[in-house]
Ligand binder design. Structure first.
Ligand code: SME
Length: 166
C-alpha cells in the first residue's frame, strides 16, 4: 500500500484529480473493508485538494448516517430528501451547489462552508451512500469535480457493491 501521496506542485483541479484517482484505486484495491477505504479516500481528497470538509454518509433505512470524514465535526443523521445530501440520495443524482445559502433546506454544519457537491453511490436504484465535499469558497465546484467524483464513486461501487451503476 502506498503510504504517502504523490502530488505535483501547482496542479490544476483537473490535473490533481487525474493524479489522485489512480493512487486511490491502488490504495483501496487490496483492502476489502469499506469503512477503512472510505476513511482513506476522505483523507486523500482533503490532503490532495484542500477542501474544507470531505466525508461520507451511509444509508441506513430512511436516513443517512455520518461515516468517515475529514474536517470539522458534522451532523450525524440526515433524513432522505433533506439538505443537499438527502436530496442527492433521494433523487439519486449528483447535486452541485454554488452557494449553499441559496439552496432551500441546506443543512449548515458549519457557517464556513460556502459551496458544496454531493455524489451518491447508486446500485440497483438504491442509494447506498453519498460523498459530500464542502468548500469555504463560493462557487468552487464545476463539472470537472462532478465528473471526477462520479468516477471515484464508480470505483467504490465496483469494489464494494459489485456494481458500476454510476
Ligand atoms: N450541508 C449538508 C450537511 C452535511 S455537512 O455539510 C457536512 C447538507 O445540506 O446535506
Amino acid at each position: 500500500m502506498a503510504e504517502s501521496l504523490s502530488l505535483t506542485a501547482h496542479a490544476t483541479r483537473a490535473e490533481r484529480y487525474a493524479e489522485l484517482l489512480p493512487q486511490i484505486e491502488a490504495l483501496i484495491g487490496p483492502e476489502p473493508d469499506l469503512i477503512a477505504n472510505l476513511a482513506n479516500i476522505a483523507a486523500v481528497l482533503k490532503e490532495g485538494l484542500g477542501f474544507f470538509w470531505v466525508g461520507f454518509y451511509l444509508r441506513q433505512g430512511d436516513e443517512l448516517v455520518l461515516g468517515p470524514f475529514q474536517g470539522p465535526l458534522a451532523c450525524t443523521r440526515i433524513a432522505l430528501g433533506r439538505g443537499v445530501c438527502g436530496t442527492a440520495a433521494a433523487e439519486r443524482r449528483t447535486v452541485l451547489v454554488p452557494d449553499v445559502e441559496a439552496f432551500p433546506g441546506h443543512i449548515a454544519c458549519s457557517s464556513l462552508s460556502r459551496s458544496e457537491i454531493v455524489v451518491p453511490l447508486v446500485t440497483e436504484d438504491r442509494c447506498e451512500l453519498v460523498l459530500d465535499v464542502d468548500s469555504s469558497e463560493l462557487n468552487d465546484f464545476s463539472p470537472v469535480d462532478a465528473e471526477a467524483l462520479e468516477r471515484l464513486i464508480a470505483l467504490i461501487a465496483r469494489q464494494h457493491y459489485r456494481s458500476s451503476a454510476r
